[in-house]
Design a binder for this molecule. Sequence first.
Ligand SMILES: NC(=O)C1=CN([C@@H]2O[C@H](COP(=O)(O)OP(=O)(O)OC[C@H]3O[C@@H](n4cnc5c(N)ncnc54)[C@H](OP(=O)(O)O)[C@@H]3O)[C@@H](O)[C@H]2O)[C@@H](O)CC1
Ligand SMILES: Nc1ncnc2c1ncn2[C@@H]1O[C@H](COP(=O)(O)OP(=O)(O)O)[C@@H](O)[C@H]1O
Ligand SMILES: [K+]
Length: 491
Amino acid sequence: MADIAADAILSNAEMAAADRATIDSGAFSGPALMENAGAAVAAAALARFAGAARVHVLCGPGNNGGDGYVAARILAERGVVVCVYALKPPRPDSDAEQAARRWAGAVETLDALVPHAGDLVIDALFGAGFSGGLPDPVKTALVRCRDAGCPVLAVDLPSGVNGDTGEGEDAVQCAATVTFYRKRPGHLLFPGRTLCGTIETVDIDVRAAEPPRTWQNGPALWTLPRHRADTHKYARGAVAVLSGPRHGTGAARLSAMGAQRSGPGAATILGHPDALDIHAAHITSIMLRPLGDDPLAALQALKGLGAVVLGPGLGDFALARRLAPAILIETEAMLVLDADAITAFADDPSPLFEAARTGGAERLVLTPHAGEFARLFPDIADGDGGKLAKARQAADRSGGIVLFKGADTVVAAPDGRAAINANATAALATAGSGDVLAGIIAGLAAQSMPAFEAACAAAWLHGEAGRRAGSHAIAEDIADALPAVFGEIGG
Ligand SMILES: NC(=O)C1=CN([C@@H]2O[C@H](COP(=O)(O)OP(=O)(O)OC[C@H]3O[C@@H](n4cnc5c(N)ncnc54)[C@H](OP(=O)(O)O)[C@@H]3O)[C@@H](O)[C@H]2O)[C@@H](O)CC1
Ligand SMILES: Nc1ncnc2c1ncn2[C@@H]1O[C@H](COP(=O)(O)OP(=O)(O)O)[C@@H](O)[C@H]1O
Ligand SMILES: [K+]
């Protein structure tokens, strides 16, 4: 079986399929995989919590509990004082039942659990097989762990966190989580990401059944454009940003600044003359052009146009409704649709989505935050499934790349590929930061980077720039940090 990239993310079902495929291939048995998993948990407990007075292992009825019994046995063999508690006995004839039989000590009910501050709790109640809400005895036990203030080490996932969505309102905050083979979406989506604490991903000899379609976003996922030594500014591609009115020009400037610093040869702001006067007082290397009576013609007149940013601070919904489909159908440029230009299509997105399909080959990138997402895709926003599934549904419907912003930004393509971004910090939660991001996407797309890759790379670079700029950065600082980030990763 071919192995998959280290940054691949598997859903609960994909992980279970990998487990089955590994067992069916004859390479490893279920009990052998469980032994590996439990041994990894025991090793993490010894390495991270060596001074624990006692280790309480809470076991559920499935294989997650099975891993717990294995870890308990190995820790006890190493001389650790271990107490085991079960919610229910393991499922009959399961690997977990075998593992439980090899645990020689007592098994108490969860209500016997009395953890103390110097103890360690190993949470092996539920993992990849969990859905719905936690049973009351589990909630009570987890509250006791929290109140005792002892660290919790989660097996695979903190119990109560849904591996596919990251949802998990009753889960306890864990100090660390040991997961197996590849991460689940719930390790990276909030609140799961926070609840996991430090995540350790260990190889337990599982091999994937299918090629992945979800990844943790990072440089392994895309290749940045490189400039040939003999290039010139038009060969490097050009970005156009549509400006808002005189009293709302800042957002377009921030997009243009993000675009410019992402490597294209030129960035131009187009707007009404009174808005351009304001821009002229602020900027030097960004070009300015009047929008005129025919905005499409003004765009088409730009040499080497590769991407257009439409929306930041735009204010003019009618212009967005007219221009977005025209850009997709009548130009070759990539369209990054953000902010007001997303809201402009809230009542009737079909002309946009039709144009995205007519324009072909992933020419549209939508960059909604949660509020804009709910305006454009109200039924998807209200529906079941987490942020990853919602972003995928939106991409499928729109025919464009959907970059669903937030602390756990998800980028999804109509063909099902998706990436979860995990390097961004709260430094980005500052006005105008999304405008810079839209510009970075356009800057990369103008250099012929495909839309999905451009959106993923932009989200990651934006996150790195935010880190570098520091927790009190403003949007301009995020843009200013970009050249150093590109320099560091060799772009
Ligand atoms: N994949 C791999 O390669 C490997 C995986 N391994 C391990 O297996 C784990 C997955 O095991 P799993 O599939 O048995 O699921 P698990 O998380 O134990 O939960 C299932 C049990 O919980 C129950 N249950 C669910 N929701 C509930 C609720 N709301 N309230 C109450 N009950 C609920 C559910 O009940 P049922 O739905 O069947 O009635 C069932 O009894 C994985 O996380 C990892 O630790 C390793 O051993 C080695 C290799
Ligand atoms: N807590 C956070 N951690 C990481 N990134 C964040 C956080 N909050 C916001 N962001 C990112 O900051 C940007 C904010 O964009 P947006 O909401 O459009 O703001 P604006 O319209 O002011 O530019 C998005 O890229 C979003 O993903
Ligand atoms: K668990």
